[in-house]
Design a protein around this ligand. Structure first.
Ligand SMILES: Cc1ncc(COP(=O)(O)O)c(C=O)c1O
Length: 392
């Protein structure tokens, strides 16, 4: 396969000025990351600081009701409350090993921003986080957390004021500051080597899950289900299972309100191939190639593009990508709260919802793993607003 490509998707569609730092990261990914000393340091941080391995938990009440075994890979229990910390600490450590002093990040839901601010504080690095002004308002709790951790949050007022605009602004800043700064990309998208680097740090999810399933049930699960924004928790949850064709891989995109013609965040289902943020992938775009606005009740899924490896997995037929709308995600959120005492992130609720909505077609006694990518404490205002609007 061509370097940095997943089938026909991927690549490095960037201005010339970005090639030197990208090639520097590629070199570091190939030499520093596999070294014994980096791996030992990273694994010790994951264990003692993040709290890994994360639990693989069988939901007793929902399993009983559904007639199959529903397992949650509890990334919500990680320090800072989501899978994002796996990648932020990996890249933070790499930044130090590369001799740089500043971690630059974009964030949508704020979880990657919090994770990067945490990694920076812990590793003694400076941290700057770019965030769309709309997201600054709807995830204000996370903005306060980043401030407490010592990060500078820069609100972005351009475009739709969400994740894609934050990435545009962060890439521009990186061009100017590349000597001192590492761009800690938060998802498995963007130009090569980011999709591969982020997958490398997130695949701890499927590595652990595989071993945990072998120990608990003596075989691999029948389904692995994960929500897809840019695609990092999903690729992390899929990676070790990709060679095992008996394991069905299901990614879940956000269908927005689900009304005809509404804005959504489902480029794999409803987009077309094109280039965004340095990679060829599936996109929401006009026939002229202008990026269309996206929407989801879950800020972390609100992105018009997707990581190129998912586009490749869809193209090859190895993974299937479904959609879930805001109301279905809200219902799944409430179901998990009330049935299992677990408050999931709105992003992760999309993955839970796919299982609930498709339960009738899942064979009895199957083993279904959902990657519970984060906890829902950050989403209290969103839930309250949704209930005011739709649950009078
Ligand atoms: C809890 C949670 N889950 C999922 C996502 C989606 O990102 P990704 O597709 O990279 O996993 C986010 C993004 O912010 C998130 O905060």
């Amino acid at each position: 396969m061509q370097k940095g490509y997943f089938g026909k998707f991927g690549g490095m569609f960037v201005p010339e000025l970005l090639m030197p730092p990208l090639l520097e990261i590629e070199e570091a990914m190939n030499t520093i990351v596999p070294s014994e000393s980096f791996q030992a340091e990273f694994n010790s941080i994951l264990m003692d600081y993040v709290g890994r391995p994360s639990a693989l938990y069988r939901c007793p009440n929902l399993s009983e009701r559904l007639g199959f075994n529903l397992w949650l890979k509890r990334e919500d229990l990680n320090h800072t409350g989501a899978h994002k910390i796996n990648n932020a600490l990996g890249q933070g450590l790499l930044c130090k090993h590369m001799g740089k002093s500043v971690l630059l990040a974009e964030t949508g839901a704020g979880m990657h921003g919090v994770a990067t601010a945490t990694a920076a504080a812990m590793l003694g690095l400076e941290c700057v986080v770019y965030m769309g002004a709309t997201d600054v308002v709807r995830q204000s709790h996370n903005v306060r957390r980043m401030g407490l951790l010592g990060a500078t949050v820069v609100p972005i007022e351009s475009g739709t004021k969400t994740l894609k605009d934050a990435i545009n602004a962060a890439l521009r800043r990186w061009i100017a500051d590349q000597r001192t700064t590492h761009y800690c990309f938060g998802t498995a998208a963007g130009p090569h080597p980011f999709p591969t680097l982020v997958r490398e740090f997130q695949s701890v999810i499927s590595r652990e899950a595989k071993a945990q399933f072998m120990k608990k049930i003596g075989r691999l699960p029948d389904y692995v289900v994960a929500c897809v924004g840019g695609g990092s928790n999903a690729i992390g949850a899929f990676h070790e299972f990709v060679p095992h064709s008996e394991v069905k891989l299901v990614g879940v995109e956000a269908a927005g309100t689900g009304e005809p013609g509404c804005h959504h965040s489902a480029p794999l289902n409803l987009g077309t191939p094109g280039v965004l943020h340095g990679a060829m992938s599936m996109l929401l775009q006009t026939t002229e190639g202008q990026i269309e606005p996206s929407h989801s009740i879950a800020p972390g899924l609100d992105y018009p593009g997707v990581g190129p490896e998912h586009a490749g997995l869809q193209d090859s037929g190895r993974a299937h990508y479904g959609t879930i709308n805001d109301a279905q995600a809200y219902n799944a959120f409430m179901t998990l709260c009330r049935s299992e005492g677990i408050l999931p992130a709105m992003e992760s609720s999309h993955a839970v919802a796919w299982v609930l909505e498709n339960a009738a077609s899942i064979p009895k006694d199957s083993h279904v793993m959902v990657c519970l990518s984060g906890r829902g404490d950050k989403d209290m205002d969103i839930i309250e607003e949704y209930e005011k609007k739709f649950r009078k």
